[in-house]
Design a binder for this molecule. Sequence first.
Ligand code: NA7
Length: 490
Amino acid sequence: MAKQDDSPRHAIIGAGMAGILAGIRLRKSGKAFTIYEKADWLGGTWRDNRYPGLTCDVPAHAYTYSFEPYPEWRAYYATGAEIQRYFERTAEKYGIMPHIRFGAEVTACVWDEARSLWMLTLASGETAEAEVVIAASGVLHHPRLPDIEGLESFAGSAFHSARWQDDASIDGARAGVIGNGSTGVQIITALADRAAHLVHFQRSPQWIMPVPYFEYGEEEREAFRRDPALIDAIRNDPEYWSNIHRFTRAITDVEGPEIALIEKLCLDNLENGIADPVLKEKLRPDYRAACKRLIYSWCYYDAVQKPAVNVEREGIARIEPEGVRMKDGRLHVLDTLVLATGFQADRFIRPATVKGVGGVSLDDLWAVRPTAYYAVSIPGFPNFFMLNGPTGPVGNFSLIDIAERQWAYVEQLLDLLHAGRARAVAPKAEAHAAYEERRIAAARTTIFGSGCTSWYLDATGVPASWPWSYEAFADAMAAPVMDDYLLDAR
Ligand code: NA7
């Protein structure tokens, strides 16, 4: 980015949902920015994940930028391919494409105190400068492969769900899926009618929340095109929002009525949705609902009752060239093995090296757990802001809404730089420490900390996410507490 005048340059890392959002906002206010994207195309998680059955479990019209409603969604829940198209189209429409540098992996960001700017190094060895870094590098980005003996020996194709192989034998073949998070469940529902034999390997059964599913016909889409107020009505649907508020109350009040209702709805679903009593017991969870991310599905229980599908709850002993050997000695012979085993959720911008004031590295600061003040900024890392960063809300709601609210907060800090009132802004260490202390205490009492394992937990077993209500998050993002920030005046 060439320096045109005195105004700050912005380096956005990642051209996924949040990076595109930051680009659109900066372009609108006429600011200089470059989006560095390590891959050769935009879309982030929606570019990487292409597995059959991929659907966003947030209603399509809610998983949409507030400023760019989209009449074209084909169903209440959008497919991954449609969402990818939406981001491509939106980036194009808002003039973001010329600002994206593809194949440009940022490997290091080092704060130059004397000049109040970030020195970026790319994988190519090239360097760049920017006064502001926006880390929009995603949460669930680095696949986590299971540590199962013999995985390498499998003779068929074995691959992670986020690295889908189009030429894998599925149709009329014998396939297995390890993992029953949202991903494994969606893959099973899509393959149940395609594979001749399909095994769903489950280490822990899941709570399955029944949800409505319907398609929008051409007539409805035409009505959305003509009258955007119809879309607003869906986005602002009081029932949708009261569900979200109920959900966050359920998370934060583990003995309250909301979580009891969620558990009842899921158990009724299991009771009424599964006919065979043996299968029903296999699928019955033995921990609290929403402790792991709640699975929303309108068709999983139908899928597992199809003749080709076998739910396997015995533990896996090892993987052999022919298939998966269970602890009780049985062998599932397979042609294809899908590893829907999740992601390393604690990476964020890493493995890039980030060094702030005094050469302190983010890796050292995050030795115990990734953390950020209100999920957005880090003491000692001036002008470094994260979207969907550590300790932010994760759950069954739109991360676009989360990122937009975080951007509104970041923008108020950037205004200080843009107005020339400061050269650098970072949260005070004591403000961050107080936030983390309160957050960790609250997080331990949430449903996420009620005794299951999940990607919501940090390495010490503390839930890593926002532990308060959605309203509390919205309030916190409405305006930064400026007293909690250190300004380095010009
Ligand atoms: P998740 O939700 O992290 O699920 C991973 C699944 O893989 C889960 O069922 C794990 O079982 C299972 N798993 C992981 N390692 C193993 C081994 N070694 N053996 C057997 N089973 C294993 O990832 P997803 O991709 O489904 O979803 C991630 C998010 O993407 C989702 O929450 C949405 O936000 C979108 P476990 O439960 O640990 O017993």
